[in-house]
Design a protein around this ligand. Structure first.
Ligand code: UN1
Length: 501
């Protein structure tokens, strides 16, 4: 309790502004209530959107490099407060401190990226078919961007969206997961610090935070003042966001479930593969959308790799994520634990041999849900393996032919991330080719999780098709205008049409 107050104080949070009795932030570490907050009423949600909308009208006229300066200052606040914010992420989301700090670093990285971008945002000049004409495209700010984020990356995913949205000239309305409101409040407070240092050309309402549940998210999705809603979470949630947003012809940017696989080929460096498998399967207690969930191991290395994995799994330290040395923190809540047990029961019913998966008791944390990560050896890719269970379960299947392993990689409804361990260039290239992995991310000799912000992040099929963070993902946060300029004394028409009046 004291720790949370200390972390919030260090981050400059005035908790009294948010306190109430509608929503409880519960510690996944101990099960204790960290804070009780009030939810925004529908009227308050609408007022916040109105404020953000007014802010947009001003912000879009501020030159982009100057907008970048605000993001630079925000990045500085994050650097200064990396320790406290990382700790708060650990306290509220339950990931180990290394990963809590890593999450804040990911925010800093996207700020740096966005600052550079603020001096770019360029369009093309296109050859015109008409003499004395020039054709080009200009990227303009889009409007108020809605961001709906999930508990597992409670602050980084917002920052991927927000840092780009701000330099692109937009305002942002954020609805964080109801499981992690405190980290969002802390980030809002750091953003306010940056705004205060920036000067008065940052309008009030540039970043609005909404505390609430499902209805608050739905209010954003349905509001025509938001041209874009970026949502991260379950496929069920994303399907609803997509349909409701499309209903009003708004745009949605979706980053939904993953069911990520790795292929371990005969030539793989098994030492590296083991480390990559363990980090990506049990890191964040298997609660990343990029977590490794399915492992296809070639027949020739199966009996070396799998016993090795079991041995490592048996020694992995599970416990309080604030204590250095522990590598696996708790699941987010009881429902996550139950979902894990249900999936393991199904795996057993489908002929799987399960190693681990049981609840672990951690002294002083009896109200929380710690588990030993599970390995489930399956004879083939069975029904349960087509589902994403947000828990540390790794299904393992033996394969003979690389084509079979790639077909299994692609045979699930989700398409976020994937990887292959091989030193055979043919296999590596095949895996990344048009006939290879159908995912948005296809890696060679690293695991499927832990992407850098420089690449576009997202995936296909039920993952939702959106791309966030690096590459040209910024284009989703702007509107494109095509401009044709006639600098001649004639008026030739396109397609050679003659129209004499
Ligand atoms: C998520 O789980 O929603 O690639 C995001 C990764 C992290 C981001 C995960 N950089 O694992």
């Amino acid at each position: 309790m004291e720790n949370i107050k200390h972390a919030l104080n260090t981050l400059g949070v005035d908790l009294a502004r948010y306190e109430g009795s509608d929503l409880h932030s519960v510690s996944p570490i101990s099960g204790a209530t960290l804070a009780s907050l009030r939810c925004d009423t529908p009227q308050q949600v609408s007022d916040r959107i109105a404020r953000a909308h007014a802010a947009f009208a001003q912000w879009r006229m501020v030159p982009a490099p100057r907008r970048g300066e605000l993001v630079r200052l925000f990045g500085e606040e994050l650097r200064t407060h990396k320790d406290a914010l990382g700790r708060l992420v650990t306290m509220e989301a339950g990931k180990i401190l290394q990963e809590g700090w890593g999450e804040v670093q990911e925010m800093i990285d996207i700020c740096d990226f966005a600052v550079g971008l603020s001096r770019q945002l360029y369009g093309l000049t296109i050859a015109s078919e008409r003499p004395g004409h020039r054709m080009m495209e200009t990227w303009h700010p889009l409007g108020v961007v809605g961001v709906i984020s999930a508990f597992n990356f409670p602050v980084a995913v917002w920052s991927w969206n927000a840092a780009l949205a701000f330099v692109c000239g937009n305002s942002v309305v954020w609805k964080p997961s109801e499981k992690t409101p405190l980290t969002a409040i802390a980030v809002q407070s750091l953003f306010e610090k940056a705004v205060a240092r920036f000067g008065n050309d940052a309008p009030e309402g540039l970043s609005e935070l909404i505390i609430g549940g499902r209805e608050a998210g739905a209010a954003l999705v349905d509001d025509a003042r938001l041209p874009l809603v970026s949502a991260t979470g379950s496929t069920r949630m994303g399907r609803e966001v997509a349909v409701r947003c499309a209903q009003r012809l708004g745009r949605s940017l979706l980053e939904l479930g993953g069911n990520n696989a790795m292929i371990v080929a005969p030539s793989a460096d098994l030492e590296l593969a083991t480390r990559a498998i363990v980090f990506s399967a049990v890191g964040t207690a298997g609660q990343r959308c990029t977590s490794l969930r399915r492992l296809f191991v070639h027949d020739s290395v199966y009996d070396t790799l799998v016993p090795r994995l079991k041995k490592v799994y048996d020694t992995l330290p599970v416990g309080n994520p604030l204590e250095p040395g522990n590598l696996i923190g708790p699941l987010i809540d009881a429902a996550a634990f139950e979902a894990m047990q249900t999936a393991l029961d199904k795996a057993r019913m489908e002929g799987g041999k399960v190693h681990g998966g049981e609840r672990v008791s951690v002294a002083g944390c009896e109200g929380a849900y710690y588990v030993k990560p599970a390995l489930a050896e399956m004879a083939e890719q069975t029904g349960i393996m087509h589902h994403e269970t947000f828990a540390p379960i790794l299904y393992i299947v033996r394969y003979g032919k690389i084509e079979q392993a790639i077909a299994w990689n692609n045979a699930v409804p989700q398409g976020l991330s994937s990887s292959i361990f091989t030193t055979d260039v043919r296999e590596a290239e095949l895996f990344m080719s048009a006939a290879g992995s159908d995912c948005g991310i296809a890696n060679v000799n690293i695991g499927p999780s832990g992407a850098e912000i420089g690449g576009a992040f997202g995936g296909e099929k039920e993952t939702g098709g959106g791309r966030e963070s690096g590459s040209d993902a910024w284009k989703a946060y702007m509107r494109r205008a095509t401009n044709t300029i006639n600098y001649s004394h004639a008026l030739p028409l396109a397609q050679g049409i003659s129209f004499d009046i």
